[in-house]
Design a binder for this molecule. Sequence first.
Ligand code: COA
Length: 331
Amino acid sequence: MLPTLRRTAILGVGSAVPERVMTNDDLSKLVDTNDAWIIERTGIRQRHIAEPGEALSDYCLKAAQKALAMAGITPDQLDMIITGTATADYQFPAVSTIVQHKLGTSGQMAMDTTAACSGFLYSLSVADHFIRCSTYDYALVIGAELLSRIVDWEDRSTCVLFGDGAGAVVVGPSEDEERGILSWSLSADGATWPSLYMPGGGCINPASEESVKDRLHFIKMEGSDVFKTAVRTLQERAEVALENAGLKPEDVDLFVPHQANLRIIKAVGKRLGIAEENVFVNVDRYGNTSAASIPIALAEALGEGRIKKGDLLLLDSFGAGATAAATCIRW
Ligand code: COA
């Protein structure tokens, strides 16, 4: 028999970032850059960087525990664990299975999604559909990255941009059918893949002495191509998600875009016609944490009291492969 449809709500949110802060001045000791350039071109003032020996799953666990506590859900009540990441502990198994073990639970479905900076929203869309169809009740959705492990610390055009961290949400059936996830808009454009990728470690260039010598195990990026595609795509996804929910930009109480670059965030907010005070920004303090950026931003916005019951949130992400996702959520 086909299951009943119901609405999915975010029941708990949590985040965790490394203690160590790296400022722009710290970076200027590693590469030929300076605080003024980084702030003007990106809006980034500092980022958090994990210590050697720390694992992505350590940060996933901390964020998950906070989200579970807020939701009042125990790990054993979870039906599904899904993590968006490009920097899992290992190539396989999925870091979600390691988080499952660290949470002291077992049995539930656990997998990762690889959608770069859109990994969290892509994962949330999957969990939403399992819950909406009543297949499952509760899911833990994580977005997490230790990008410092794949950043080329000799390449000033990329190493200034990224940071480490994790964010998590617990989702489940909404008790109030007016509240919860209202709409989705997801896309990708594979033609863009060479503008942002890591050449080494996959089946084309498996690890070898040569691949290490050629610095293939680091992020390669054509910054200005990515910038233009990001602005256009973030705008498109947000507009379609709003349209799919029957809403307009002026209905948005808080716009939470992917935190890659302040200039991208401002350009998208302006194109959408969303007032600056309704656009959430924390890229200055975390840099681009890729799949972690939206759940970290959500946790901060909640902590700052910027989200009230009944508010309309618009979450919007963009990443490598031009993966993009936007969703409207009635809090
Ligand atoms: N410090 C100082 N100078 C730097 C620098 C740094 N960290 N990085 C690059 N430069 C230099 C360049 O070498 C170039 O010098 P040149 O004119 O002598 O050749 C100059 O600054 C301009 O570089 P350019 O790449 O045109 O700058 P930009 O305004 O496009 O800014 C980015 C570069 C990377 C900040 C910008 O393109 C960007 O943010 N792109 C999107 C990246 C992104 O968000 N990726 C993730 C998507 S999820």
